[in-house]
Design a protein around this ligand. Structure first.
Ligand SMILES: NC(=O)c1ccc[n+]([C@@H]2O[C@H](COP(=O)([O-])OP(=O)(O)OC[C@H]3O[C@@H](n4cnc5c(N)ncnc54)[C@H](O)[C@@H]3O)[C@@H](O)[C@H]2O)c1
Length: 319
């Protein structure tokens, strides 16, 4: 019988990964993190650094020589490692595409040898420019043209989804796909263009909040603990294997309203400034007007859907 010892979290030193690691350790699991610290940080894992059930390996997945043994002894793999953040993606499309495919393939091959179940964190970006008011997992996807490097992230993640599902169908690997919508919470960095941490950091310093475009584009935000709860429940759900799930909040807010809400919730004196997309990014930047998930499928399979309110999210994140 397979000795099920630990859970592997790739990208475990990142924003979501570190919250997931804390949760798994609190549940009494042993956790091995593989992270190259390209965007993550050991600081994110400070709270668990001394935990005897925790091990950190600083490495790319593809350079991790222990990967075959680690997969052989793993109960589960959460694959979160990726190049994340619109600014970073626009700057290095080549890296996003090559790294994503290469790392995913190496991980799937290692997992397949022992049929180690794997959960891939994909993204709402795969819905692309679809104008639907709400996105369901079976929807057609409308990604922008390859001339716009912004779409390289969605294409890379979508390729990962295809690859993972092909391993599930053709090789019997138990795979679950989670499409995360904007996930926010403590320790998220605004360095790579994430909107809420940027707004909160500016509001705390009474500096102006920079809203790109006309600010009427809307998003739904999901508190990171809700996302982690969803991921852990999906891990435990046998019937979720081979399926795709949206994970996201459903309270829709325009980016302009979000900026105002951050200012009032934090009692800030900041002003709000509208910046044309062409100044914020390269000319021709595509942005989606709305991005709201349907989360009924998640609820149906794991009896949970994210529900922390936006005001509460802002308060908890600003702390
Ligand atoms: N934060 C969001 O709103 C959001 C939304 C949709 C999807 N996601 C997905 O969730 C996952 C986690 O995102 P996050 O926000 O925590 O980002 P993050 O940048 O904080 O975390 C990613 C981690 O992966 C590591 N990493 C990158 N490439 C690696 C490699 N080749 N080998 C080993 N480690 C590597 C980074 O150092 C980092 O610690 C990603 O897959 C991302 O695509 C996040």
């Amino acid at each position: 019988m397979k000795n099920q010892k630990h859970i592997i979290v790739t990208g475990g030193a990142g924003f979501i990964g570190a919250h997931l690691v804390e949760r798994l350790l609190a549940d009494g699991k042993s956790v091995v993190v593989i992270d190259d610290l390209s965007t993550g940080s050991r600081d994110n894992l400070r709270a668990v650094a001394m935990n005897k059930n925790f091990r950190f390996i600083q490495s790319k997945i593809s350079s991790c020589t222990e990967l075959p043994e680690l997969c052989a002894d793993a109960e589960f793999i959460f694959h979160l490692a990726a190049t994340v953040g619109v600014e970073l993606v626009v700057k290095s499309a080549l890296h996003v595409l090559e790294a994503s495919f290469n790392e995913m393939q190496i991980l799937l091959r290692a997992a397949e040898k022992h049929s180690t179940p794997l959960l891939l964190t994909s993204t709402s970006e795969v819905y692309g420019k679809s104008a639907k008011p709400e996105f369901g997992e079976d929807d057609d996807l409308l990604i922008g043209p390859p001339g716009h490097s912004r779409w390289s992230y969605a294409s890379a993640k979508l390729t990962d989804e295809f690859l993972a599902l092909a391993y599930a169908r053709e090789k019997g690997l138990p795979v679950t796909i989670a499409r995360l919508f904007n996930t926010v919470g403590p320790r998220q960095t605004g360095r790579y263009g994430m909107v809420l941490p940027r707004f909160i950091a500016a509001a705390k310093k009474n500096e102006s909040l920079k809203v790109f475009g006309d600010g009427a584009q809307s998003r739904c935000f999901c508190f990171v603990h809700d996302a982690v709860e969803s991921l852990v429940r999906l891990q435990q759900c046998e019937t979720a294997r081979g399926e795709i799930f949206n994970i996201g909040g459903t309270e829709e807010v325009s980016i302009l309203e979000l900026a105002k809400l951050v200012v009032t919730t934090l009692g800030s004196k900041s002003k709000i400034e509208l910046i044309p997309y062409d100044q914020a990014y390269a000319p021709g930047f595509d942005d989606m007007r709305r991005r709201k998930p349907l989360v009924e499928k998640l609820d149906r399979f794991v009896k949970f859907k994210p529900q922390t309110t936006l005001k509460e999210i802002i308060r908890l994140t600003a702390k």
